[in-house]
Design a binder for this molecule. Structure first.
Ligand code: GLN
Length: 303
């Protein structure tokens, strides 16, 4: 497979959709990102990376961090996180509160904000510094020691963080947080604010395509946990549009409101696409279209 040629064709087809949708505007620091950006990168299971467009430009990873913090928790302890968070699609927006009351403070899945707060809480207990643990992991797996937090985004998240604080307090009232709410939301905001490029993310997500093996060949996750993570990404990774995304793209994926989407072809490669214009559910319009073209051109969906 000539990956470079495939990515170029995918980019040509997706580019007319760049500028469609809306750049995330829930915090001022994200609103300033240019809607013209488009990049796509692919890292094969041997660590070889290919890219097109703005594939080396850093952007805010936002909810893509949720997949990586879950992986870190699963790497450190077996299955206990699943007592505190489910793995069913929610059908509700990523920052929704409604199901939490019916379901006694147990979030539907780890990729909702509520679920990710529980995962961050656990990572905080396990490491003593959840956001630094995640940043260190991202640096190692991407091979880019320069990665850092975007201070402006983290500050803006905290300033406009009432909804996430509400989710955390609500879960704490059900006894589903181990650490104080202010510390959990702070680490969650820092995690969301990590800046990475498509190249960095495609490389860092390689373990999901390598059935749990890290870039250096050591094992991060049991193969069964890599399989399970990919399953939860497929069913819950693109918010309440996961059904539509599986229908169109057919790959495990995790999106973020920074406009990035990481997608996995198990056993072959990991992709990351970025374009900031979002649809109503918070997924990149041109990004989803690019992945749709990718699986159509290659025939590489999981179905
Ligand atoms: N920082 C965002 C929030 O907590 C992340 C959400 C996302 O990317 N969907 O609202």
């Amino acid at each position: 497979m000539d990956y470079q040629a495939v990515l170029e064709e995918v980019a040509d087809r997706a580019r007319p959709l760049v500028r469609q949708g809306r750049v995330a505007d829930y915090i001022p620091a994200l609103e300033r990102v240019s809607p013209d950006r488009f990049g796509i990168a692919l890292t094969d299971i041997h660590g070889e990376t290919y890219g097109v467009g703005d594939w080396e430009v850093p952007f805010s990873v936002q909810s893509i961090s949720k997949a990586f913090s879950l992986a870190l928790v699963l790497a450190q302890e077996d299955q206990s996180i699943w007592k505190r968070v489910g793995r069913e699609p929610s059908g509700t927006p990523f920052n929704s509160l409604v199901q939490l009351e019916w379901e006694q403070g147990i979030p539907r899945n780890p990729f909702l904000n509520s679920g990710a707060l529980v995962v961050t809480d656990r990572l905080q207990t396990l490491t003593g510094d959840a956001s630094t643990a995640l940043l260190d992991f991202m640096r190692e797996e991407s091979g880019n020691p320069e990665l850092s937090f975007d201070q402006a985004v983290a500050g803006s998240e905290a300033e406009h963080g009432n909804r996430n604080a509400a989710l955390a307090h609500f879960m704490a009232s059900f006894g589903n947080l181990e650490n104080p709410v202010p510390s959990v939301i702070e680490h969650y905001f820092w995690q969301c604010s990590i800046e990475m490029s498509c190249r960095d993310l495609a490389t860092a997500g390689g373990f999901l395509a390598r059935h749990g093996l890290r870039a250096d060949g050591t094992r991060l996750l049991h193969a069964r946990d890599a399989k399970r993570m990919n399953a939860v990404m497929l069913t819950c990774g693109t918010y309440d549009a996961a059904g539509e995304f599986a229908y169109r793209v057919g790959l495990p994926a995790k999106s973020g409101v920074g406009g990035g989407i990481v997608a996995v072809v198990p056993g072959r490669c990991t992709l990351c696409v970025w374009s900031p214009g979002l649809d109503a559910r918070g997924n990149s319009v041109a990004g989803a279209a690019a992945l749709d073209h990718f699986t159509t051109l290659t025939g590489w969906s999981v179905f």
